[in-house]
Design a protein around this ligand. Sequence first.
Ligand SMILES: NC(=O)c1ccc[n+]([C@@H]2O[C@H](COP(=O)([O-])OP(=O)(O)OC[C@H]3O[C@@H](n4cnc5c(N)ncnc54)[C@H](OP(=O)(O)O)[C@@H]3O)[C@@H](O)[C@H]2O)c1
Length: 250
Amino acid sequence: MTQRVALVTGAMGGLGTAICQQLATAGHKVVAAYRPEFDKPDKPEVWKKKMAEAGFKDFVIVPGDVTNYEACVAMVAEAESKAGAIDILVNNAGITRDRLFAKMQADQWDAVISTNLSSLFNMTKQVSSKMAARGWGRIINISSINGVKGQAGQTNYSAAKAGVIGFSKALAAELAAKGVTVNVIAPGYVATNMVMAIKADVLQSIIDSVPMKRLARPEEIGGACVYLASDLAGFMTGATMNINGGLYYQ
Ligand SMILES: NC(=O)c1ccc[n+]([C@@H]2O[C@H](COP(=O)([O-])OP(=O)(O)OC[C@H]3O[C@@H](n4cnc5c(N)ncnc54)[C@H](OP(=O)(O)O)[C@@H]3O)[C@@H](O)[C@H]2O)c1
């Protein structure tokens, strides 16, 4: 396998951590991008130590807020100087601000659209033309089952995650002849903090509704990233991989 450089946003979250670990296990050099927080200056060190204890000692870490274009310019420049040209970009950072539409506030709409969708513009702009010039690249965007089917209480999130799919199909068409693929993973419910924060009775009813009667393990999403990042996935572009335990069929 050719070793590539992969940059993962939201790397210190539940799915991001699993994606970093799976890509590293597959032999790639991984740049873990995180959102800096003034009140948690030791966040990267704490995560790096945890990763080292789990056997992952070589992650390169870079800070950057994906909602801020200039921060993304700086983040990718730092990543390139520390790890080399980015071959694989995983746009994974995301948030929820759930509320029924009647009660949703403009700031809840804006935060979710900018973090889950505008971030793809901010990040992908930094790497896509360079990938095309080199003739090889992989852009993997994390959407959600709720962007595919819509979910009450998530007009903001469903809109952003559906936008991720539209963005990916359009960019896939632009880059198809240049050796760069753009694909989407639409996970169902995964056992990460984002989902474990759901009220216990609601979470149980979600699990009951999944034909496989369980949540996804984060590494099951990371494994799909490894495939999409590989040479073997070279003929797949503009596609959405639905990984949801049979909960929803398109
Ligand atoms: N868990 C699920 O069931 C599920 C299902 C479908 C799709 N997804 C999607 O999968 C992705 C990962 O979710 P997760 O479950 O791993 O959630 P998570 O544990 O909350 O991780 C989300 C990550 O995004 C980062 N982030 C948030 N805002 C950011 C910003 N402005 N700039 C940079 N990074 C930012 C977070 O950083 P901080 O920790 O600093 O906030 C965190 O590391 C998201 O896009 C989510 O929508 C998740």
